[in-house]
Every structure is written in structure tokens, then in C-alpha cells.
Ligand binder design. Structure first.
Ligand code: DC
Length: 219
């Protein structure tokens, strides 16, 4: 089991999917599950403060990762959950115990068989504290904002650079200061700063660490 945690825009998704591909491991994008739940809550018009309505909705909602897609109640929402609005709403919702209690068992079930790369905010600290190899991927806020901007532009979503930067900083605060499973450097994690590194360089460093543990053979 390999975990990669870190703040928004550090490059976790790109690096995690490349690691999974090279190692022949499954990729578990834990944020996508939270985003799927957030999408459903938003669509139902339930406000996070309405705990009873939220509880009922969580009970009747199913969210799963299947062949790289995110399914909510069987519907493929992979494209719809990748907007800045859903990102911000997800960060808010994920501070709630009811939401984390819903998502965490799904993540643990997915990871149970091993041979997986998990990426998110608490995968090495809370979801899989026993993972053999843990990483914490970071980058300067300006660089993370620029990457996020390019990613949005690449998907044809118009975005204001200043707004993207403020959103990243707000997400950092929300994810790091929350009481439950805040974003932290997990114990035993290798910290990698990707500010001035390419994807290939980061993946290379990670594969070196993985090889040292001798738990898998990179192809
Ligand atoms: O990685 P992402 O941008 O898709 O994550 C969206 C939000 O989901 C993030 O701001 C906080 C929450 N999240 C979490 O609380 N725990 C995780 N393991 C993954 C994501």
C-alpha cells in the first residue's frame, strides 16, 4: 500500500496515477469519493448545516470508483465533480463527521486488498496508517495555483488567476485547520516538494523510495 497526501494543486493526482501505472497498482482517488458525495448533496439542495437531512441523504446515497470513473447512485459523474465550486463545497462538507464516516469505510474497503496507490488528504495519517510507503507531496502556493489554473483552462473552464490563488489558500486553511483528519505530514512519510520538479522527477524520487522498501518491482 502506498499513500500520497498533500494540499490542493500539489500534483497528487498526476503523480499517483503515473505511480499506479508504472507499478501495475490500482489508483484510489479518495478526494473523488468526497467530491461525489458533495455533488449529490448539492444536487439535492441540502445545506451542510441541516444534519438530519444530510444524514438521510448520506444513508441512501452510494458512491463508488469503477475503472477510473466516479459513480454516484450508479450515475457517472466523473466530469461534473471537477469544478472549482464542487472542490470548495467538498472541502466544506469533508469537515463533517457524518460525511467522513460515510466515505472512510469505502476507502478502506477499496484499499484492503493492497497493491494500491491512495491519494488524498488523510490517506497515510488516518485511512491507511499501516501503509508500507507514505509520501507527502507539497509545492509553493503560487505554483499550485498556476497548475490549477492551467488544468482548468485545459478543460475549457475560464478562471481568474487571482480567484484561483485565493481558492487554493482557502482550501489549504480549511483542510489543515479542520478538527477531523486534518491535512498533516503523516508519521513516517517522505516529504517531496514539487515546486521546481517535473512529474517525471517526482515519480522517479518516489519509485526510488518504493524500491528501497522492496515491496514492488517498478516496470
Ligand atoms: O483532492 P481533491 O481536490 O479532489 O479533494 C477535494 C476535497 O476533499 C479536499 O479539499 C478535502 C476533501 N478530502 C478529504 O477530506 N480527505 C481526503 N482523503 C481527500 C479529500
Amino acid at each position: 500500500m502506498i499513500t500520497i497526501d498533500g494540499p490542493a494543486g500539489a500534483g497528487k493526482s498526476t503523480v499517483a496515477s503515473e505511480m499506479a501505472r508504472r507499478l501495475g497498482y490500482r489508483l484510489i482517488d479518495t478526494g473523488a469519493l468526497y467530491r461525489g458525495i458533495a455533488w449529490r448533496v448539492r444536487r439535492a439542495g441540502v445545506v451542510p448545516e441541516d444534519a438530519p437531512a444530510l444524514g438521510r441523504l448520506l444513508e441512501e446515497t452510494t458512491v463508488e470508483l469503477k475503472d477510473g470513473a466516479v459513480l454516484v447512485d450508479g450515475r457517472d459523474v466523473t466530469g461534473e465533480i471537477r469544478t472549482p465550486e464542487i472542490g470548495e463545497f467538498t472541502s466544506r462538507l469533508s469537515t463533517l463527521a457524518s460525511v467522513r464516516d460515510k466515505v472512510m469505510p469505502i476507502q478502506r474497503r477499496l484499499a484492503a486488498a493492497g497493491g494500491a496507490v491512495l491519494e488524498g488528504r488523510d490517506t497515510g495519517s488516518v485511512v491507511c496508517p499501516d501503509a508500507e510507503v507514505k509520501f507527502y507531496l507539497d509545492a509553493a502556493p503560487e505554483v499550485r495555483a498556476l497548475r490549477r489554473l492551467r488544468e482548468l483552462q485545459g478543460r475549457g473552464i475560464a478562471a481568474d488567476p487571482q480567484a484561483v490563488r485565493s481558492e487554493i489558500l482557502r482550501r489549504d486553511r480549511q483542510d489543515m485547520e479542520r478538527a477531523l483528519a486534518p491535512l498533516v505530514v503523516p508519521e513516517g512519510a517522505t516529504v517531496i516538494d514539487s515546486t521546481e520538479k517535473s512529474v517525471e522527477e517526482v515519480v522517479g524520487l518516489m519509485l526510488n523510495v518504493v524500491e528501497r522498501y522492496g515491496c514492488c518491482t517498478p516496470s
